[in-house]
Design a protein around this ligand. Structure first.
Ligand code: AHR
Length: 323
């Protein structure tokens, strides 16, 4: 495990160098015989995203393939531009982590016409023709919402009133985590949605929502804050004391991702739980890429394993965490 962690973090450092040089991904292939995978990433700012790309870079390196990376800095327009550039460059495979679900039909049709298979990673798209991509590798966001809800219902006495802080609008991660949670609110008597607001996967916005809501309504108004990712959950935990509230006492905080920082916050008593949404998908993704390039049939949907961490198991998960 130690060696794989060292390799992994070395990849992260190498990636910093690559993205810093390439910016939005204009890199040209230096070896014409190498297979090229064009990856339209959403952004590279968070540890979660860095771990995702590092795991892909590791796998590309192992196979002697080029991972041509484009950092869209959170913009769908930049992602569309990157896809068009990959098509023009005739890469062998395109991997897309779509920032939002809608708006991909035309460019994916262009990729298909150019004979370039597209594989989705992490988030998914809504397209008229499902044949526009060959496979989607990532977490089941609906299940993550359901798991968060079940943990809350099982760990709060009586009816748990929840303040939900959503991710960015239009992202399948947000839709799934919201809908899965809402399903459980319908089903379980122990769960009540007190309020829901859009934190846009921004720690700053999430902290502001939580502080404002609790200040206006008092600590007795909610039992749990459910944030759609750990970045927001940890930011809320850090910000609440400034507004006079104590995480873990006045309110429990539940995140999604299972990041190292969140696990540590659980150990420290600031976070109650986190639902794992693992970005280290390189091995699974490149198996699909290999199969696609070999002309084999691949599964349409490959779900990454998930689990829930709380004070019963967070500490033991920290040493192996890659994000
Ligand atoms: O799409 C996955 C989500 O996006 C991750 O939970 C989050 O950290 C990121 O912003």
């Amino acid at each position: 495990m130690k060696n794989s962690l060292v390799t992994f973090f070395a990849s992260i450092m190498a990636l910093f160098a690559v993205t810093a040089c390439e910016g939005t991904g204009t890199g040209a292939d230096t070896d014409p015989d190498r297979l090229v995978v064009g990856f339209a990433a959403i952004e590279m700012g968070s540890d979660w995203r860095k771990a995702q790309v590092a795991s892909m870079q590791n796998e590309a390196d192992r196979r002697g393939m080029e991972l041509r990376l484009s950092d869209a800095e959170g913009s769908q327009d930049f992602q569309l531009t990157a896809l068009r550039r990959f098509i023009a460059q005739q890469v062998d495979v395109i991997v897309l982590a779509p920032v939002v679900e809608a708006g991909w039909d035309i460019v994916l049709e262009d990729a298909r016409r150019a004979g370039i298979p597209v594989i989705l990673v992490d988030r998914t798209v809504n397209v008229e023709d499902p044949g526009l991509y060959v496979s989607a590798v990532g977490s089941d966001f609906h299940e993550e919402g359901r798991l968060a809800a079940r943990w809350i219902a099982g760990n709060v006495e009586g009816v748990a009133r929840v303040l939900e802080i959503r991710g960015s609008a239009g992202a399948s991660a947000t839709t799934g985590r919201r809908e899965g949670f809402a399903e459980m609110v319908e089903e379980l008597d122990e769960l009540e949605l007190a309020h829901s607001d859009a934190g846009n996967f921004s720690g700053e916005e999430a902290a502001n929502i939580a502080q404002t809501y609790l200040t206006a309504n008092g600590a007795d108004s909610v039992d749990v804050i459910y944030a759609h990712n750990d970045g927001m959950a940890v930011a809320v935990a850090n910000a609440l004391p400034e507004a006079g509230f104590t995480p873990g006492e006045d309110v429990l905080i539940v995140g999604v991702d299972g990041s190292r920082v969140a696990l540590q916050a659980i150990v420290d008593g600031h976070l109650a739980a986190t639902v794992e949404s693992n970005p280290v998908v390189g091995p699974q993704l490149f198996e699909v890429i290999d199969a696609v390039l070999a002309g084999e049939e691949v599964e349409r949907r490959i779900i990454v394993d998930t689990s829930v961490f709380d004070s019963s198991n967070a500490a033991e998960a920290i040493p192996g965490r890659m994000y």
